[in-house]
Unconditional design. Sequence first.
Length: 326
Amino acid sequence: MAVQKLLSLLVFQLVLVAFVLDIANAQGLKVGFYKSTCPQAEEIVKETAASFISRAPSLAGPLLRMHFHDCFVRGCDGSVLLNSTSSNQAEKDAFPNLSLRGFQVIDAVKDALEKKCPGVVSCADILALVARDAVTMMNGLSWQVPTGRRDGRVSKLQDALNNLPAPTFGISTLKSAFAAKGLSVKDLAVLSGGHTLGVSHCSSFTNRLYNFTGKNDADPSMDPNYVAQLKTKCKPNDATTIVEMDPGSSKKFDVDYYTLVSKRRGLFQSDAALLTDSTTKAYVQLQLTSKSTFAKDFGVSMVNMGNIGVLTGNSGEIRKKCYLVN
């Protein structure tokens, strides 16, 4: 009887392993996906992106953000790259995406790949690879990017409004938004660190400076000295001025973001929110020590994010131009 139970348990475990492997294979992503179909793909992506970022390092942050904004809406399918048409308003034109920059970099990478390997490398994979290369160029660690994504054919403005986490989100809303995409609370804390690169328009945080509770007050969770400093740069209703998200270090991938958050100098409510949860607060504090794990963690969380809702196999298409469906 004991032997029979043991055999039954063994069979169940084998079935479970087979099921998990099926899910992994169905995902269809793997490191080196283009090894036989376009061996130089990743090198072409890296060299082309570098030709832009080396001249304009400020593009690194927006290119990283573009991948994030793609994955959180309909999955990592390149839908953020599609242009609006006369009959459809695309994600690109949603308010949270109006500040994205670097579309010309993606187009140039795609053109270079089409010359070498026509119809092979997806725009969704280009976004994932460029995000990695942008971080590496800004002194961040590299990581292996699983590829094999295919491009979606649908892009709707409302989907972006419904799915992109806002800079005004508190911790509960942030955790829910990330959990809905299969990401953990640690992923939330790690990916927030992407704010070490780039800039923001004043309009994304001026509510914290001038009218936080409707009484012409500032957000009490923000360092008053930082509030005063930001007020000299951002006036009420200012929609054009930009400021660094990680002042003095916005073109370098480092842990300074977490230092600022710990000092109540995170620019957004979503940054300050990291101090209101025990797990995310502990992560922030760890990055201030010699045992900081951020550089390594970021690659892991980016791979996790890059798995959201991917199209593989015969789903979707490989676009010839990233801004148009075939």
